[in-house]
Structures are given as structure tokens and as C-alpha cells.
Design a protein around this ligand. Sequence first.
Ligand code: MN
Length: 206
Amino acid sequence: MFEQVKLTYDFNALEPHIDELTMQTHYGKHHAGYTNNLNSALEKLPGLQGKSIEEILINLGEIEDAALQRTVRNNGGGYYNHNLYFATLSPNGGGEPRGDLGSQIKKDFGSFEELQKTLTAHAAGVFGSGWAWLSTDRDGKLVVSSTPNQDNPLMVEGGKLMPIFGIDVWEHAYYLKYKNVRMDYINAIFNVVDWDKVAEFYQKAL
Ligand code: MN
């Protein structure tokens, strides 16, 4: 049984950048739904018992039944993506990454501002629902990309890339507060990114 990441802050703690009702609905309905649907699908796939969510997503192609594979892709992706998303937000977030992650960003993008611009462009550029990602390869090189739906770089790159931060640009992530103005949400989210947490995921991925 997969479980949602426990929030270390209250639903209203990310105000005014992300509003309380969006957080309640996003975590309590959307993320809970993906998690329940994933667990139900896995009951029909005893061969995947005990595997990590990362292993399952990297090896989606091994699920023979096409409908079940699609269900695990959508809901397993939704489960994993939101665990990462909610874990890397914090009322004490914002600022810039320090340490190894900060140095690597300068090496790969020139500056944090350039990384932020690239992530913003990818998030703004998703047509319809999807995600913008910051990922690392096994050598620590950072890559920005975007995916549609609940896909993520684990699926796309066959395990070569490990996501360490993602911006959810599904309308459910921002529409209650920002309506159609996705860019305001993207700009706002940088005020609540917990870069120390992102740095932890970076170290873990290497
Ligand atoms: Mn979402």
C-alpha cells in the first residue's frame, strides 16, 4: 500500500502564494484519488508487490495488460509526482539553493536566475495538463524538461533521469486562485519552494 507523503505544514501555510482551498482539494481529493486508484490497480498486479514506485514507473512497459498499464501510468505518476511536489513546498521556502545543488545549478545553467527562467518557460509552455521538471542524471548533471498528464522523467528517460522538483501545471493546482493566469501561479510558487528539500532529493538521487 502506497501512502501519501505527510504534509509538514498546514493547508493554509502557503498563503498567499497557494491558497488553502486549493491545497485542501489538491492534497485531500486529487492526490488521495491517485493514491487510491494506484493501490487498487496494484491489487491486480501481484508481481509488482514490494517494488518501489520508482521501479514501477521506470518499468511500466512490463505491465502486459494495456488498460492496467495506463491506469498505473496515470495514477502511479499522479501518486509519485504529488509526493514530490508537496514534499518540496514549504512556508519557509523561496530563496536560492545552496551547497552542492547550488554549485551544480551554476555549472549547468550559469545562475539560479537562468534555471528559474528555464523552468518557468517549460511550465508556461505545457499545452493542457502536465508538469515542468528539474531532474538529475546519475552523474549529477541537472536537466529541465516537461511532460504531459501525470507522466514524469522516470517514465520518459527509462530511469536515466531522477526528478528532484516538479511544478504541477494542471489547472487544479492553481485555478481557484489564479484562474486562467498560469504565469502568476508559476511566479508565485518560487516563493514556497523548499530548496533544502530539493537538495536532499538531489543527494539521494546520486
Ligand atoms: Mn496536481
